[in-house]
Each structure stands twice: as structure tokens, then as C-alpha cells.
Write a protein that binds this ligand. Structure first.
Ligand SMILES: Cc1cc2nc3c(=O)[nH]c(=O)nc-3n(C[C@H](O)[C@H](O)[C@H](O)COP(=O)(O)O)c2cc1C
Length: 359
């Protein structure tokens, strides 16, 4: 096959579950910390995602399913009426451009400071193990992460129900589905990992027990909105946010075996290679379903990943910040613009909705 035919593969339609994508390029979820009062998305969100709607699929920034799920400053929620109303505008803006958009559900669990949360909102986790890490706050800059409170056994289904309601809310807002954020050391990964899950009930101890929370969340959300509208994001072996699992091959092997049976829309893998683990090899051995591949892809490696059949779709994060027309630029081989890192998490349109297109 010639070079042109190979490039074209990236722009061929693909179906992941219920998502009929017009190309194989996914916008990776990126926290941009621009929610307004009440953790409500603003009109800028609608404009930001509208500008990037030529992606085959947009995965939004991490969004808390409940007030307790919030860890960082100015991240949006999807539990209040005002939030759902604004997400509806985001969905309409993206659909108006012919795009598709799912909301990424991010419950930070123990990765939080009370400074970033409502006064009455707690920091909860599988176990009361404080993360040795720091987090940004608007008023005090970087602070130590707080100690979490361990969830009681009968509180875990309540958290599962919050995810279920958030998925229902997403559909009510007209969003196309949800992605479960089970990477980067947040709540789902805290249940999965041996250094953050010291529980002795049905949610801890054996691997089967440690994957139970993620499975229950997926099952609850799938029951509410259909499994073919749900994606799962993982990065086995990743130690970001002071997380460590003694045996990621075993943990994620079982998780992916079990999750493969659900008929999810896709698995979103942040590919990383560690001294003892290439997590892509792990996924190849255990995941039976569509795959979106992420992390530091270039035009060439993205084309290669689709051409070789390694992935069904590819996702780009940072390149989408400064290149709202990333898809057109990749298609034409136009050079990519950098973005201003000092404006990554700052409120307002600057460094958010004011990046120009190539033409
Ligand atoms: C500013 C920024 C915010 C991010 N926020 C999230 C997030 O909310 N949820 C998530 O799963 N990943 C998040 N990520 C990770 C990206 O989705 C992606 O995995 C990472 O940037 C690697 O892809 P890239 O090399 O194409 O940028 C974030 C990355 C960046 C740069």
C-alpha cells in the first residue's frame, strides 16, 4: 500500500460501540480548570469543544460525578441541574459541527485538598492512606494532599450509584456517552492498587475483590445508558499520584478479562512501558474489544498504529490544545502549533479558545 493509502486509514470512519466516528482521531481528556461558580461549565466550554469537533470523538476533561469526586480547582461536575443544562449546550455545539462527545467521569478520591472542595464535601478513598503528593490550589498554590476517610462497606454502593446517575445525566444532557477514568491514581485506580486498597471487605484483598468497584461502576453505568456508550481508560503500571500496585499484570489481566465481557464501546489505553511491563502487551493479551491508543503520538506513529491494526483509533491530548483544527492539519501534513503552558489551567478564554486554525 502506498503512503497515501496508509495516511487515509487515519481518516476512515470507524464504529466503536454506539459511536459512529467519522475518523480515527480522538481528543484525549484534558483538565483545563475553567468551570465557573458551582463547578458549572461555562459558555467557553461549548466554544472550546465546538472548535475541536472535527475529531472523530471528543473525550471531555475529567468531570466529577459528585461533590466528593472533586480534587482539583475549577473542574466541572455533572450532578447538578445547572451543570447538566450547560453540558447540554456543549453537546449541542459539538453535534452542530457533526462531532461526537463523551464526558470523562473523574472521581479523584484521595487526590484532593479540602481547599478545592465545597465546605461540606468529604475526601474519601478505599483506605485512609494519604498520598505523598502535592496539589495546586487557587489561594495557597501547592499544598500537601489531605488524608482521606475510608469508605464504609455500605457507602461504596452509594458512590457506584453516583456514577450511575452521572451517566444518566450525561445522556440527559445529550452527550453521547461516558468514559470511566480509571488511571492516574484516582478513585477507581485506588481500589485497584495494592498500596491504596488495604480493605478486608468484599472490595479489598484478593484481585477479584480489588477489581469489584470498577466492575460495579461499569455495570451500573451500562445498565443505565447501554454498555456500548461506555469507555474505560486505564494505564496499568503507572505510579502517578503515589500509586503502586504490586502486580499490575495480575490486577489488570483480570480486570480486562472481565471488562471484555461487558460489550463496552472501547478501552482507552495510555501506553507506557516500564522496566518489567509494557502495558500495551498486557492489553493485547487480555482486552477483547475496540482500542483507542494514547500517549505522545505523532502523525507518523498514529498512522502506523492504525495501519498495523495495533489500534482502532488514536487519541491526541496536548496537540489539540494549540491546534483546534488538528484533524485538518494531520490530514494535510501541516506543522503543528505549540501551546502556551502557562495558560493550561488559568481561567478565561486566553490560551483556551483563542488558538487559531491553520488557514
Ligand atoms: C493539561 C492536561 C490535562 C490532562 N487532564 C486529564 C484528564 O482530566 N483526564 C485524563 O484521563 N487524562 C488527562 N490528561 C492526560 C491526557 O489525556 C493524555 O493522556 C496525555 O496528555 C498524553 O497524550 P499526548 O501525548 O497526546 O498529550 C491530561 C493531560 C494534559 C496535558
Amino acid at each position: 500500500m502506498g503512503v497515501k493509502g496508509t495516511i487515509d486509514n487515519l481518516f476512515k470512519p470507524v464504529r466503536l460501540g454506539a459511536f459512529d466516528m467519522r475518523n480515527r482521531i480522538v481528543m484525549s481528556p484534558m483538565t483545563r480548570s475553567r468551570a465557573g461558580v458551582g463547578d458549572v461549565p461555562t459558555e467557553l466550554h461549548a466554544e472550546y469543544y465546538r472548535q475541536r469537533a472535527s475529531a472523530g470523538l471528543i473525550v471531555t476533561e475529567g468531570t466529577q460525578p459528585s461533590p466528593a469526586g472533586k480534587g482539583y480547582c475549577r473542574t466541572p461536575g455533572i450532578y447538578s441541574v445547572a451543570q447538566v443544562d450547560r453540558w447540554r449546550q456543549v453537546a449541542e455545539a459539538v453535534h452542530g459541527e457533526g462531532g461526537l462527545i463523551v464526558v470523562q467521569l473523574m472521581h479523584c478520591g484521595r487526590i484532593a485538598s479540602h481547599i478545592n472542595k465545597d465546605d461540606d464535601s468529604e475526601i474519601v478513598a478505599p483506605s485512609a492512606v494519604r498520598a505523598k503528593a502535592r496539589i495546586f490550589t487557587d489561594t495557597q498554590q501547592l499544598v500537601d494532599i489531605d488524608a482521606p476517610r475510608e469508605l464504609a462497606t455500605d457507602e461504596v454502593p452509594v458512590v457506584v450509584a453516583e456514577y450511575r446517575q452521572a451517566a444518566t445525566n450525561a445522556r440527559e444532557a445529550g452527550l453521547d456517552g461516558v468514559e470511566l477514568h480509571a488511571s492516574s491514581g484516582y478513585l477507581p485506580m485506588q481500589f485497584l492498587s495494592s498500596n491504596t486498597n488495604l480493605r478486608t471487605d468484599r472490595y479489598g484483598g484478593s484481585v477479584g475483590n480489588r477489581i469489584r468497584f470498577v466492575m460495579e461502576v461499569l455495570e451500573a453505568m451500562g445498565d443505565a445508558i447501554g454498555f456500548d456508550r461506555i469507555g474505560l481508560r486505564v494505564c496499568p503500571g503507572y505510579q502517578y499520584n503515589d500509586i503502586h500496585d504490586e502486580n499490575p499484570e495480575e490486577t489488570y489481566g483480570l480486570l480486562l478479562d472481565e471488562a471484555s465481557k461487558l460489550g463496552l464501546a472501547y478501552l482507552h489505553l495510555v501506553r507506557r512501558s516500564f522496566p518489567k511491563l509494557d502495558n500495551f502487551e498486557l492489553v493485547k493479551a487480555h482486552w477483547r474489544g475496540k482500542l483507542i491508543l494514547n500517549n505522545e503520538l505523532t502523525r507518523e506513529s498514529a498512522i502506523g498504529a492504525i495501519h498495523s491494526g495495533a489500534a482502532d483509533a488514536v487519541s491526541f491530548g496536548r496537540p489539540f490544545i494549540g491546534n483546534p483544527d488538528l484533524v485538518a492539519r494531520l490530514r494535510r501534513g501541516v506543522s503543528l502549533a505549540d501551546y502556551d503552558k502557562s495558560l493550561t489551567y488559568t481561567p478565561g478564554p486566553h490560551g483556551y479558545t483563542d488558538y487559531p486554525t491553520a488557514t
